[in-house]
Design a protein around this ligand. Structure first.
Ligand code: ADP
Ligand code: MG
Length: 243
């Protein structure tokens, strides 16, 4: 379980997160939605300690932190082994083949032997439908393929939670679909996913839980059906504006 309690994050005078308390359950897909600038990215990045809130409590699968106190390097590394971020712009190593991109973390961080890492990398490539691209370089991939490699690379680290911030916003619709299919598959397999997206149609398919953030606060959290069938005018307006 990943839990935030009374988490606050301020940029200068801008309060990006105001007293956020929420729990992300294991083996569930949580989709974060909300208007632009509402704090979704800040919240997601805080889960991975890419952003450092000034106060609040954090519990990542038993690693307990108090944001008001010093967080050690060791704690940061431990959190990052549990949470793997997939970036919008893929962040693949341009000088490494697709296969080597996926093997890099397992070999150098997890200290897997090369044979094992290669076997797993190939299996993960197969899972995302790209086994034939193992020896290609990132520059030879389409955006959708690059994003699928990035997802395979995050899976290779065996994280408890995969965090995705608008994973398909840089992609054309047909390329977006191939990435969404992979994420749907992972959700079905009960990989814990936390996804920021503007694509409510996708949210409707993939989410177990919806977290609706507005102006740095949790406006709604609950089951997907309760969100999409909500009587709340603000939620109805948001859904109408987005679809
Ligand atoms: P969202 O992802 O929902 O669009 P963000 O989390 O990116 O929202 O931003 C929330 C608020 O925090 C916005 O007002 C944004 O301008 C501000 N913000 C985010 N990151 C920074 C930063 N690095 N420096 C200053 N302000 C920031
Ligand atoms: Mg954002």
């Amino acid at each position: 379980m990943l839990r935030l309690e009374n988490v606050t994050k301020t940029f200068g005078t801008q309060k990006a997160l105001k007293d956020i308390t929420t729990t992300f359950k294991d083996h569930e897909t949580t989709v974060l939605v909300g208007p632009s600038g509402s704090g979704k990215s800040t919240l997601l990045r805080s889960l991975n300690l890419l952003e450092r809130p000034e106060s609040g409590l954090y519990d990542c699968d038993g690693i307990q932190l108090d944001f008001a106190k010093k967080i050690t390097k060791k704690e940061t590394l431990a959190v990052r082994q549990k949470t793997e971020m997939v970036f919008q712009d893929y962040n693949l190593f341009p000088h490494l083949t697709v296969l080597k991109n996926i093997m890099e973390g397992p070999v150098h961080v997890l200290k897997e032997d090369k044979k094992t890492a290669e076997k797993r990398a190939l299996a993960l490539l197969e899972k995302v439908g790209l086994k034939d691209k193992a020896s290609a370089y990132p520059s030879q991939l389409s955006g959708g393929q690059a994003q699928r490699v990035a997802i395979a690379r995050s899976l290779a680290m065996r994280p408890r939670y995969i965090l995705l911030d608008e994973p398909t916003s840089a992609l054309d619709p047909e390329l977006e679909l191939e990435v969404l299919k992979v994420l749907l598959e992972l959700a079905k397999e009960k990989q814990s996913l936390i996804i920021v997206t503007h694509n409510l149609e996708f949210a409707r398919h993939v989410a177990d839980k919806i977290l609706f953030i507005e102006a740095g606060k949790v406006f709604f959290e609950g089951k997907k059906d309760d969100f999409f069938n909500s009587d709340n005018q603000r939620i109805k307006d948001f859904i109408n504006a987005m679809t």
